[in-house]
Design a protein. Sequence first.
Length: 314
Amino acid sequence: MDREIGMRLVRGRDFVMGSADFYPEEAPVRRATVGDFWIDERPVTNAQFAEFAEATGYVSFAEMPPDPRDYPGMPPDMARAGSAVFVAPGASGDAQAHSWWHFVFGADWRHPQGPGSSVAQIMDHPVVHIAYQDAEAYARWAGKALPTEAEWEFAARGGRDGLIYPWGDDLAPSGRIMANYWQGRFPYENTCEDGFEGTSPAGSFPPNDFGLYDMIGNVWEWTDDWFSARPAAAERSCCGPVRARAASEAESYDPGGGPPVGRKVLKGGSHLCAANYCRRYRPAARHAQPIDSPASHIGFRCVVRQTGTALADI
């Protein structure tokens, strides 16, 4: 397999990472440095993941029943394979996230809405219901890797430092929809001005200045970084520190409690991000996702590094 087919070469340099204008976990604004790397032009699609699964016999995380020993107190009837699926709630003013996320038995990358659904007609859409280990396994098979947060953000910006979006500071310049995100009042009303109610075929919207598609919206994408609420301060040395490795797995655990499951950084937002709820359809935006929690809006893309690893000054 030629790893660079369907990839773009990004020449690394210093850039401005983060934002102080939206969510606290995006701050501080800081200088970062990335080396040269190839990155997938589009997120990995159902067709590509199907090729991997057929070639290797791979069984994804969502296709395997959870082990009750890993989740003390889990009701026995929940020990069945499945994943989280977005289901729009009724028109109520007090809906909370738990009312639109449903754990659906039988939901996985092959059956994105659960039993009875199929990817047969959407093979060119990004693959979803991908846990971190699934993305990592695909990348390893393809001779690639998952991007660090700094690599991903640099690629998403397309060389345009300091802008809110890869295309500028207006979400929809002159009324033009530039990415697949939620239009309307989330979660009750989706006007589908972009032409899509859910995911869209990879590459349906204009690429950024690096020639990369869907870096914003469509599906969230895994990175290789453990999440921390704020980047850890550290001294720069000849060997680091490496921003992408600054947080440890233990630091990434949810401070709200629950099983000690590491959380990685997701980037890019998804088709469920909306102006009234989650303005994370921006390069600087980030989200903490447990590595054992696939969902119907989470996918990934891969990189091949030319030299070095992503570094950053705090």
